[in-house]
Structures are given as structure tokens and as C-alpha cells.
Design a binder for this molecule. Structure first.
Ligand code: GUN
Length: 290
């Protein structure tokens, strides 16, 4: 049976550290503040944004909760971002993705000042990450690397296989895993990979970030591997009050019997994403001149 990686517990330590650093900044007259922008009412996005705002409050930070109707135009959103960029009381700007289809996400991400890009999605942040220069790291990949280190996993020389090539997880994670302080060898599988189980069976660290419930079955996993499940899939379930249950990309019940380590969904990667966001906001505030 696999060791269950308790993301909630590990995230708690990061959040406590963010709280201590926030208190120290406040004593110097700087009150860390994140503007959280949500356009529309996508239920998953509403839930993520609410979770982020709760975490900000618990860390003693200010959250500017900006909720806009789904019909908001791109120009209006770009105007808002320009105002937030120029507001010295705002240290970080997070625009929850996905945006409604009439808004160009690239233009919106490009509009956020890199100094306030606590999501690490701006091309300048991505470039700095790839080059190993200082800058904000994207929260989910950073959280995954933090989990691996915190669990004392031997990553140097390990073969890490990533399922999924998204800009938010797959691509940046590959870059962080090949950094010298992690030193893994990385394979990325995607929808163009004919038989990805050929690769997953060789993985010492398998990261599932494809957004497909139950994609990873026990037969695809090398015994003893660390299995990190980034999937957050809502499966309709009439017996639940919410009307759904959350399932990862991994067949948890079967894979936990084979893997050496495994992250649950919920309670694995998700809490780490929020913890790393808080850390980035503190760093943005500390670097500000207010
Ligand atoms: N949508 C899914 N994950 C994220 C994230 O980490 N940040 C933002 N802004 N949107 C997301």
C-alpha cells in the first residue's frame, strides 16, 4: 500500500510561514494584497476563487474580490487590469482561468504587470522560469516539486513522466523537474502519444495532469512509483448534496495498492496550489516599494 501524501498538512506549514511573513510586513506598514478577478460563474472557478479568498484571509492578507458578469468585454477587463497594475496597494493580480470564450486569454495574461503576476503565467515569468532566473513560479507545478522534496523523495536521476502538456501544469512542471536541484529526467506524454503506458510503466514519478477521470490504471504504474494526481474532475452524483464527487486522473483505489506514494483527490495537489499562491503574494508585497 502506498504512503498517502497529505498535501493539506504540508500546505499548512507553507501557509503558516506565509502568515508569519505577512505579520512581519504589516509591522513595516505593508499589507499584502491580492486582487482576484473572476469573470462569469463557472462553478469550478467560483469554488477555486472562494478557496483562495478564504486562504488569503487566514494568512492575514487582503483579498480584493472582483466578480464580473460573464458578458464583460475584453476591453473592460483590460482596463481593470491596467488600474490594478497602477494601484500601489495591490501586490498581486490573479485572473481566474478559463475566461469566457469571447475574451482572448493571452491578451489578458500579457496585460498583467510581471511584478504582480503571482500566477506565473505571463510570458516574462515563464521565460524567467525556463532560464532559471528569479521570478514568480506557477503555483501548481511549484507545489508539486515542493511536495516531492518535503516527502524526502529521491528525485535526482529519477524518471518523471508527465501526462498532459498544459501551460498551467505540464509544460512548466517539466521545466522545474529538470532544474539541478531536482535533477529528474522528464518525459511528457500528450494526446499525440500513441501508447503512453509504454512511458508510464517506466516512471519513478508519474504526474497525471490530463483532466481525464481514471485515466491512470494500476497496470500503467511501476510498483513503488510516486503517483501525483493533478486531476480535479467533477463526476455527477445525485446522492451528494453538491450533485457531484471529485475524481482525479488516477484510479486511486487500484493504484494505491501498487504505488509507493500517492496524492489523494481532494487533499493532495490542490492545497499546495493555494499555499504557493500565498507565498508568491508575500514575495510580491515584500518586493514592492509601498
Ligand atoms: N485555473 C486553473 N488553475 C488556475 C490557476 O492556478 N490560476 C488561475 N488564474 N486560473 C486557474
Amino acid at each position: 500500500m502506498a504512503v498517502i501524501i497529505d498535501g493539506k498538512e504540508i500546505a499548512k506549514k507553507v501557509r503558516e510561514d506565509a502568515r508569519r511573513r505577512t505579520d512581519a510586513l504589516k509591522a513595516r506598514g505593508i499589507s499584502p494584497c491580492l486582487a482576484v478577478v473572476l469573470v462569469g460563474e463557472n462553478p469550478a472557478s467560483v469554488s477555486y476563487v472562494t478557496g483562495k479568498e478564504k486562504a488569503l484571509a487566514e494568512a492575514g492578507m487582503e483579498g480584493r474580490d472582483i466578480r464580473l458578469p460573464a458578458a464583460t468585454g475584453e476591453a473592460e477587463l483590460l482596463d481593470l487590469i491596467a488600474k490594478l497594475n497602477g494601484d500601489p496597494g495591490v501586490h498581486g493580480i490573479l485572473v481566474q482561468l478559463p475566461l469566457p470564450s469571447h475574451i482572448n486569454e493571452d491578451r489578458v495574461i500579457n496585460a498583467i504587470s510581471p511584478e504582480k503576476d503571482v500566477d506565473g503565467f505571463h510570458p516574462v515569468s515563464v521565460g524567467n522560469m525556463v532560464l532559471g532566473r528569479p521570478g514568480f513560479l506557477p503555483c501548481t507545478p511549484h507545489g508539486i516539486v515542493y511536495l516531492l522534496k518535503e516527502m524526502g523523495m529521491k528525485t535526482a536521476g529519477a524518471h518523471a513522466v508527465i501526462l498532459g502538456r498544459s501551460n498551467i501544469v505540464g509544460k512548466p512542471l517539466a521545466n522545474l523537474l529538470i532544474r539541478r536541484d531536482v535533477n529528474a529526467t522528464v518525459t511528457i506524454c500528450h494526446t499525440g502519444t500513441p501508447d503512453f503506458s509504454v512511458y508510464t510503466k517506466q516512471a519513478d514519478i508519474l504526474i497525471a495532469a490530463a483532466g481525464k477521470p481514471g485515466l491512470v490504471s494500476a497496470g500503467m504504474v511501476k510498483p513503488g512509483a510516486a503517483v501525483i494526481d493533478v486531476g480535479v474532475n467533477r463526476i455527477p452524483d445525485a446522492s451528494k448534496k453538491s450533485g457531484f464527487i471529485l475524481r482525479g486522473d488516477v484510479d486511486y483505489e487500484a493504484v494505491e495498492k501498487i504505488a509507493g506514494w500517492i496524492t489523494p483527490v481532494p487533499g493532495g495537489v490542490g492545497p499546495m496550489t493555494i499555499a504557493m499562491l500565498l507565498r508568491n503574494v508575500v514575495e510580491a508585497a515584500a518586493a514592492s516599494r509601498t
